[in-house]
Design a protein around this ligand. Structure first.
Ligand code: HMG
Ligand code: MG
Length: 309
């Protein structure tokens, strides 16, 4: 392992695995619930400690997540592992609570146009919908994580002012989100632009509570991640095999692949507690069930033998 004592990199990075939600939500064909459950259990077996499991959104909007309660009931919950779920409104929160969720993820955007496409409301209205979730979560001791989409550009509006991202982040922070995940939904970011955005947001919300949620459409995600790791961001959202896209952002590719992130972090001596081989095996397995090869370079490079086996 390399020594990073003279660099600004964090010693440890926490990986927030989003493949079972952000990844699978985008698949057109219905995926059997048992496959989703097996995926989540394999990810926990690989050492991941934050595994986003499903979403309690309208099944009219995202039919793939309609089996949310069955997924939550079927997973083999491991001690020390959180299984966050996405909730757009109080109804989603109530259903998530009934399904035994310990963490909910609320979501809004830094782009008005994207907010309309994704949740049929303005940014301000989405924040108003989040308020009762945050209040109920406090009463039930449930962690609330905030997501902001389009922090580095929007497929409908183009450039996004970092000050707008910072304003939305401050609103989520004021509502009590323990962490705010900054989504480059379409992967437009490049390293210097990404740094500028993080500088603006971290002036309002401590950088230790920011997470990087970068999609890899333009192949920039790892470069952007390195740029923000050097600034002190130490939580990375990623998806096994690079699963995913976004149903309301045409052309968006999957999140940065968990195994690509692990390979980079391992190479720099940054601890994650996650096993690279187990994640690569899981990537080949889930993509096998989908009839495709994993999207990630690392799974392709390390997985040839597994595939042939
Ligand atoms: P709406 O159509 O404006 O509102 O949807 P509505 O209240 O009229 O609801 C429509 C129907 O859904 C109604 O049913 C409701 O009862 C039902 P009907 O009366 O027609 O039979 N409904 C629900 N059903 C189950 N669970 C619920 C729920 N709420 C309403 N919680 C709404 C508004 C917010 C509900 C809708 O727009 C929605 O569900 N949007 C979610 C879209 C989504 O999941 N997008 C992907 C996730 S975000 C993402 O991927 C980005 C992220 O990864 C970060 C990044 O990369 O940028 C997080
Ligand atoms: Mg996403």
């Amino acid at each position: 392992m390399s020594d990073h004592s003279e660099s600004n990199l964090p010693q440890k990075v926490s990986i927030f695995e989003v493949g079972a939600r952000d990844g699978l939500q985008n698949e057109a064909d219905e995926i059997p619930t048992e496959i989703k459950i097996a995926l989540i259990d394999k990810l926990a077996g690989a050492g991941l400690r934050e595994i986003e499991a499903t979403s309690f959104v309208s099944p009219k909007w995202v039919p793939q997540m309609a089996d949310n309660a069955a997924v939550m009931a079927g997973i083999d919950r491991k001690p020390g592992v959180h299984y966050p779920v996405l909730t757009p409104n109080k109804r989603g929160f109530d259903d998530a609570l009934a399904a035994g969720a310990d963490t909910v993820c609320v979501f809004t955007a830094a782009s008005e146009a994207f907010s309309q496409k994704n949740t049929n409301c303005t940014i301000a209205e989405s924040l108003t919908r989040i308020e009762p979730i945050a209040e109920a979560a406090k009463a039930h001791n449930i962690r609330v994580r905030g997501y902001i989409s389009c922090v580095l550009g929007c497929p409908y509006e183009g450039d996004i002012d970092p000050a707008r991202v910072a304003d939305v982040a401050a609103s989520l922070d004021a509502m009590g989100c323990y962490e705010i995940s900054l989504g480059d939904t379409v992967g437009y970011g490049t390293p210097l632009k990404t740094r500028t955005m993080i500088e603006a947001v971290s002036a309002r919300v401590p950088i230790t509570r920011l997470a990087a949620h970068f999609h890899d459409t333009y192949g920039q995600a790892l470069a952007n991640l390195l740029a923000v790791l050097e600034m002190g961001v130490s939580v990375i959202d990623s998806s096994v095999g690079g699963l995913g896209g976004c149903p309301y952002a045409k052309g968006a590719k999957g999140n940065v692949a968990t195994e690509d992130v692990l390979y980079m972090l391992n190479g720099m001596g940054v601890e994650t507690g996650v096993g690279l081989d187990a994640v690569v095996d899981t990537a080949w397995w889930i993509f096998g069930t989908l009839g495709r090869r994993p999207n990630s370079r690392v799974a392709q490079a390390l997985g040839g033998k597994r595939k042939a086996a």
